[in-house]
Design a protein around this ligand. Structure first.
Ligand code: ASP
Length: 307
């Protein structure tokens, strides 16, 4: 990997992705081998937006590599409330830590912030933009369950504001996956993402309003939450809330080995009765965040990325 920072999945080649996934698989198979590999290393956590899985799995990953974290804490308890700019905050915290993880409500925040720091900066979600570390754990989960070759995937829900969707679709183009996007018209994939995917030789994409049109063809169904916090108008959210829900009954028309994924948190898109079926992979997906983020930290902190 020849990257100083991880900002979007667009920057990742197929070889980069395979490097991370292979390293994550090695780490998952023998975590003890890396338990002290980054002893003394400090990871700075800057979360300007709520997070459970991403923040805790980065913290777990750093500690399982022998390091520790320094956490800015909540926005309310930080100097951000005094009007400090993001550029100043990252410049200060890079003096305390060996790498930074940034989540921010503004699209493009990570692109801007990485201009100000020399340590590796990993984008943990920038508004409705990108979430590349989520993509890597999604790809790891797909590879384990369905394989990345000759893949047919349905990506359903809030494709407009869902940053995990944008990142995943770019990365899947490297594998020439057949991507079916399922959403109401108002939450379709942003046109610039569609344009980029068409520009990328490998992307095969189709858009649908109904899951029924494609369910039987899918190897993986990736369900997403309607991103309520990103809607400019609550009424607009209410018109689409509750659409595209699935449950165990939905699986009657699916392939027996369909893998259902979700970046979580879910609201009501996947009924709990699906959790008990062999289709459900979303908790496994969340757990895969640890070896995948261990692999990423290892690659960015070791200097191996420049080899
Ligand atoms: N946890 C994911 C994210 O931060 C998905 C979501 O919030 O719906 O984008």
């Amino acid at each position: 990997m020849r990257h100083d920072h991880l900002i979007t999945s667009k920057q990742l080649s197929r070889a980069d992705i395979e490097t991370v996934l292979d390293r994550a698989a090695e780490i998952a198979a023998d975590p003890d081998a890396v338990a002290q590999r980054h002893a003394g290393t400090l990871l700075g956590l800057l979360f300007f937006e709520p997070s459970t899985r991403t923040k805790m799995s980065f913290e777990t990953a750093m500690k399982r590599l022998g390091g520790d974290v320094v956490d800015m804490g909540s926005v309310e308890s930080s100097s951000v409330t005094k009007g400090e700019t993001l550029a100043d905050t990252v410049r200060v915290i890079e003096g305390y830590a060996d790498a930074l993880v940034l989540r921010h409500p503004k699209q493009g925040a990570a692109t801007m912030a990485c201009e100000y720091v020399d340590v590796p900066l990993l984008n943990a979600g920038d508004g409705a933009g990108h979430h590349p570390t989520q993509t890597l754990l999604d790809l790891y989960t797909i590879r384990e369950n369905a394989g990345l070759e000759d893949l047919t995937i349905g990506i359903m829900g809030d494709l407009k504001y869902g940053r995990t969707v944008h990142s995943l679709s770019y990365a899947l183009a490297n594998f020439e996956a057949r991507q079916h996007f399922i959403s109401p018209e108002s939450l379709q994939l942003p046109r610039e993402v569609v344009f980029d995917l068409h520009q990328h030789g490998g992307a095969q994409i189709r858009e649908h309003e109904s899951l029924d049109e494609v369910l039987g063809d899918l190897d993986v169904l990736y369900v997403t939450r309607i991103q309520r916090e990103r809607f400019p108008d609550e009424n607009e959210y209410q018109t689409v809330a509750g659409e595209y829900q699935i449950d165990a009954e939905t699986m009657v028309d699916a392939n027996d080995d369909l893998t259902v994924m979700h970046p979580l948190p879910r609201v009501d898109e996947i009924a709990p009765d699906l959790d008990e079926t062999d289709h459900a992979a979303y908790f496994e997906q969340a757990h895969n965040g640890v070896p995948v983020r261990m692999a990423l930290l290892d690659l960015f902190l070791s200097g191996d990325r420049n080899e």
